[in-house]
Design a protein around this ligand. Structure first.
Ligand SMILES: N[C@@H](CCC(=O)N[C@@H](CS)C(=O)NCC(=O)O)C(=O)O
Length: 245
């Protein structure tokens, strides 16, 4: 299912970050969208476009942070809310109401995981450089790797085992796309820890491979629209923070 709506995504132009969860949904849904801040500033893009929308969003409650989706006069922030909005329009959900609520439940758990993963390299303050909170980061990373990664990945493994084994909701949904991104991000940031988790979490890893092979996602991943993982995003590879659990 596709629609002819023009979607505008506003997100930081050089990182995957949380915006990537929205990009994946728009790509899989075959949406017509513009990644506004990645356009040249001369064409109304750049970070300036995002900052301008944060300053002046029009009607409705002000967005706190990116990603932000604009569709006509609707301006919507919070990744999970954006995905909940997009999913029925782009055919990224089973049709029943319970599935929509369960998708949101799972998506918010992915949001929790992203926040914890981000906070590992910024445990004290977002406004400080990693280098200024390195000791605290090491201490926090030990707990993330030993306790939280197994808990989060184990949770999704159990959800998959309790559904059809292939999709979190027993049929394709946007949450599968987000779990793909979480798994790939963790593999980039914590390769040793994730290698240690692989044997006990085959369903999560297989889901990530299946999502990567979906035709629209495979085309997206091979395109310049996919920003590579880098050391400015949520998932950063600092070897000193990675360890076998
Ligand atoms: N809960 C929000 C978090 C949004 C968020 O933290 N966005 C980051 C980029 S990924 C940001 O721009 N933060 C600026 C800030 O928190 O002041 C979501 O899931 O969308």
């Amino acid at each position: 299912m596709t629609d002819s709506t023009r979607y505008e995504l506003f997100y930081w132009p050089t990182i995957q970050g949380r915006g990537e969860l929205v990009r994946l949904a728009l790509e899989e849904g075959g949406a017509s969208y513009v990644d506004v801040a990645r356009l040249p500033e001369a064409d109304g893009g750049g970070e300036a476009a995002l900052l301008e929308l944060l300053r002046d969003h029009g009607a409705g409650p002000a967005p706190f942070a990116a990603p932000i989706l604009r569709v006509g006069s609707l301006v919507l922030a919070q990744t999970a809310a954006i995905l909940d909005f997009l999913a029925p329009r782009l055919g990224l959900l089973p049709a029943d109401e319970a599935a929509r609520h369960h998708a949101l439940q799972l998506q918010l758990t992915i949001a929790d995981a992203l926040t914890e993963v981000h906070d590992v390299h910024h445990p004290i303050a977002l406004s400080l450089y990693y280098e200024d909170q390195r000791e605290e980061a090491r201490r926090r990373a030990r707990h993330l790797v030993a306790e939280r990664l197994p808990r989060f990945v184990g949770h999704f493994e159990r959800v998959l085992a309790g559904s059809d084994g292939h999709h979190l909701l027993g049929a394709p949904s946007y949450v599968d796309l987000s779990l793909f991104q979480l798994i790939r991000g963790l593999e980039y940031a914590f390769p040793r820890a994730m290698a240690g988790l692989a044997a006990d979490h085959p369903r999560c890893l297989a889901l990530a491979d299946r999502v990567a092979a979906r035709p629209r996602i495979a085309a997206y991943l091979a395109s310049p629209r996919r920003i590579p993982f880098n050391q400015d995003g949520i998932f950063r590879h600092y070897p000193e923070l990675d360890a076998a659990p």
